[in-house]
Design a protein. Sequence first.
Length: 423
Amino acid sequence: MRTKVLFALFFLICVFLFLRFYHIGSSFNFGADQGLGLLEDYKIYQTKKISLIGETGNSWSSGGRYFFNSSLLSYMMIPILLLSHWDPFVTAYFLISLQFLGLVAVYWILAVNQRRFITAFIFAVLYTFFPLMVEHSRFFWSPSFLIPVSTAVLAINLLVGKKGDKKIIFLLGFLWGVGLQMHYSFILALAVSFAWVFSKIRAKKEIFIFALAGFIIGFSPIIIFELRHSFYNLRTLLLVLSVNASGESGQTIRLNYHYVLSLLPFAFYLLALIIVKITQRYMWTGFALIIIFIYCSLLLILPTPTHGFTMVEGWNYAGVSKTEKIIADENKEDFNLVDLLTGDTRAMALRYLLTVNNHPPLSISDYKIAKFLYVYSRVPIKQILGGSLWEIDSARPLKLEKSWHIQNGIQLYLLGKSSSPTR
């Protein structure tokens, strides 16, 4: 039994790593959110100022108020980024490692502790091959981190018995708090885990205290922030819900797929149980379902991506990195950046690379004093100079000094100050 378990685990590990490192250079996402988030991490390291909160949840906002996540992710990433000399690619390696550890933990509990090898194997196949799991293992974004946290919660749920070990329950509550710190959508996984574990345990009141104690510690940075700022997040949440319910004007809740990412490990476990039941009665039907799933997943995973995950067509990390190297080699002073390709005119991804590599551009409020602008776009330069954009208009008059082809029809233009108007 142990040999079969280990051999299957070795096979799954090889497939797991192959699928995640295959085309990783083309698939790796590095856009505005990643650049902005890593710039905040770099700022925390440079200033040595401790912050309880991190990025905002922009999909939950109204009336100029934003729902904030904690800065836990920043403090997790700063040591790793330091070791990699602030190379953003390390974020993908870190996420892959976390997913890997979660997979091994759940597989080992099911296959060895509970002697449910078939369930363990099917769960691992679903976890390994599901395309969204592959993409989010190399997508640095706070909801992506909910997947490994939720997998750890699933593993602990599987360990909880009817008596409920107090240490395990405390750890479970702690992970609930950590997950909710990272992103508010973790509330869905928390609810599923809570309902599952408390349906199994007999001494519910006593165990609830340990779960609550763990949650308070795990969620403590946000609790402290709320107490210090008159429950800002809670009041923002109530405002958004009231605006959404009343239909008043203003930005309301946007339902996005990433809200359910934390539920994926639980969904895979439930599907594994269903497929095991099917296999027990109709073996070939269960086997066929797994083969069809793997085949369809590979159709989505194996083709060479034409862009980074969620990035615009023809654009990826390689393009951002190439652009950064060209600008660094030019070694201009008093320059700024304009992104007319992705919708983020501030070019936060490129801004991050230049900043950590000691070629920082002027700030996003200093376009007016820029002597040079680096603009990248598929749009011809005459159309850019003839149009109207605040970042470019602030620096006028401008003239084209150089241009470079980056990739897939995307050009980088160097604009310098001109003595005569450009339009």
